[in-house]
Ligand binder design. Structure first.
Ligand code: FRU
Length: 495
């Protein structure tokens, strides 16, 4: 057996000991962030031996993308994470080079062992060569790479420079893998099967892009939930979306995925490469990287945390719920509510255009959540303006148009780094439930229990700031508004 290069692991661990800064501004308390350096996609999400494991794309040495390692952390509640030693270090020729490394992949338990299946990326004549590799562990902490790596190369006619991000599952006693690929200028998801995780057979291209779904499908994910099968992916160069799903049925014999509904998991600017997994209770949970790449429209720089040696944060873990029509809702996992402390609750409020509703100041730097239930039928207002983190110079606006049934989040005045607006529609109904979660540098908004979600990084200025609700063009009826914060230790549930 080929032991994981202990010297390479030790090098990372001793670097970390002297690199971790004592105090970080914008640091989230409930969202996962790296101990130092750069983080992108979540990898290898799995519930193994009684704990949640989160692996992630990591460059420990610099707060910029670079040779990719797999960082590793565990949690009992999906909110509070403990860092573990680095799981994968790019120390083999098939993952060498400044643009190379151990790229994204997934994890699966088999016969008590934890297997990681990942893309090894290296370079030849300036072009990436991407192949799939396996590593395993008996304790879920120390991993060995399979000496027979790579276990899979791109099948013809697909290019080996864009063949990555394997996601594995079990079905009828076989292992299956979906891999992101490119065919000409279209993204594709390729399906493989294996009896043992080492020998892989190409079945078919499950699905591929139309004119708007991008030129490469990164981080595909496949699962069955409720009545349907789902294929999630993050399209490169899509003119419309940065995360998408298709729902339909996979024919395991032909390998073709016939889909009839498409959707978006999150309409914000910062939700990429979502990966899902099932926990012991059968919940399907999804975690994504709260960021976007430089090549995407509206990319807005990496923000100020790089000055403190770190960059990157995961979204709050969400539970996927399948709706009858094939759509997915993605509310935060129930552990979030269980960790929340109620600070205030008011019911039956009427806000008139002349007197806004000021919220009591929330201390800097702590995570908080607001929940409001807007009685749309009883309101005559055209719009609810929710102005957050207002210092005078900086503020972030959430504009709910009760006429158009749209939410627009305007970040043009949020801070010295952010700009742009995102907009989405919400369902026509008698009332609208809104959950606003903020933690350090990430604003996540959930409408109607995750039917519509939006994630955006912002960097509110420290100091005195106000949150205020205004009714525009008429009165606004709020059935309820509650504010919560989160203690360091998890406290008992309020609801
Ligand atoms: C997605 C991605 C993956 C790749 C990884 C490299 O964000 O580009 O396709 O495996 O990041 O870090």
């Amino acid at each position: 057996m080929h032991k994981l290069n202990e010297k390479a692991v030790d090098k990372v661990e001793s670097y970390l000991k002297q690199a971790i800064p004592s105090k970080r501004s914008y640091n989230p308390s409930l969202h996962f962030a790296p101990p130092t350096g750069w983080l992108n996609d979540p990898n290898g999400l799995v519930y193994y031996k009684g704990q949640y494991h989160l692996f992630y794309q990591w460059n420990p040495y610099q707060p910029v993308w670079g040779p990719m390692h797999w960082g590793h952390a565990v949690s009992d509640d999906l909110l509070h994470w403990s860092h573990l030693p680095v799981a994968l270090v790019p120390d083999e020729p098939y993952e060498a080079g400044s643009q190379g490394g151990c790229f994204s992949g997934s994890a699966i338990e088999h016969d008590g062992k934890l297997y990681l299946i990942y893309t090894a990326s290296s370079q030849q004549d300036g072009q990436p060569i991407q192949v799939q590799c396996v590593a395993y562990s008996d304790d879920g902490v120390h991993f060995e790479k399979y000496p027979g790596n790579p276990v899979l190369t791109a099948p013809a006619p697909y290019d080996s420079h864009a063949f990555r991000d394997p996601k594995i599952w079990r079905h009828n006693g076989q292992f299956y893998m979906v891999c992101g690929a490119q065919h000409g200028d279209r993204g594709a998801a390729l399906l493989f099967s294996s009896p043992d995780l080492f020998y892989w057979h190409f079945i078919n291209c499950m699905a591929c892009s139309d004119d708007v779904m991008g030129s490469m499908w990164e981080c595909p994910d496949f699962f069955h939930l409720g009545e349907w099968d789902y294929l999630l992916f993050s399209p490169v160069d899509s003119s419309v979306h940065q995360n998408m799903y298709l729902s339909g049925r996979l024919d395991y014999h032909t390998g073709v995925f016939i889909w009839n509904t498409s959707g978006v998991l999150d309409w914000g600017m910062d939700f990429y490469a979502p990966q899902s997994f099932c926990d012991a209770g059968g919940r399907r949970i999804v975690i994504a990287w709260a960021n976007r790449w430089e090549w995407m429209p509206w990319w807005k720089n990496w923000g100020p945390t790089a000055q403190q040696g770190w960059c990157g944060v995961m979204n709050i873990p969400r539970q996927l719920i399948a709706c009858a029509d094939g759509r997915l809702a993605a509310p935060p996992v129930r552990e979030l509510m269980q960790a929340a402390w109620l600070l205030s609750r008011r019911s039956g409020l009427i806000v008139s255009p002349d007197d806004g509703l000021a919220m009591s100041a929330i201390p800097d730097g702590s995570a908080f959540m607001m929940r409001l239930s807007i009685n749309i039928n009883a309101s005559t207002a055209d719009e609810l303006l929710c102005r957050l983190f207002d210092t005078g110079a900086y503020y972030t606006d959430l504009r709910f148009s009760l006429q158009q049934k749209t939410l627009c989040i305007d970040m043009n005045h949020s801070d010295a780094w952010s700009y742009g607006c995102v907009e989405c529609s919400f369902p026509q109904a008698a009332s609208l439930d809104v959950m606003i979660l903020f933690d350090g540098l990430l604003l996540e908004v959930f409408l109607n229990e995750g039917e519509v979600c939006l994630s955006n990084r912002i960097y509110p200025a420290p100091g005195l700031r106000q949150d205020r609700f205004c009714a525009i063009g008429g009165i606004l009826c709020l059935d309820e508004i509650s504010v919560y914060d989160f203690a360091v230790e998890v406290k008992s549930s309020l609801e």
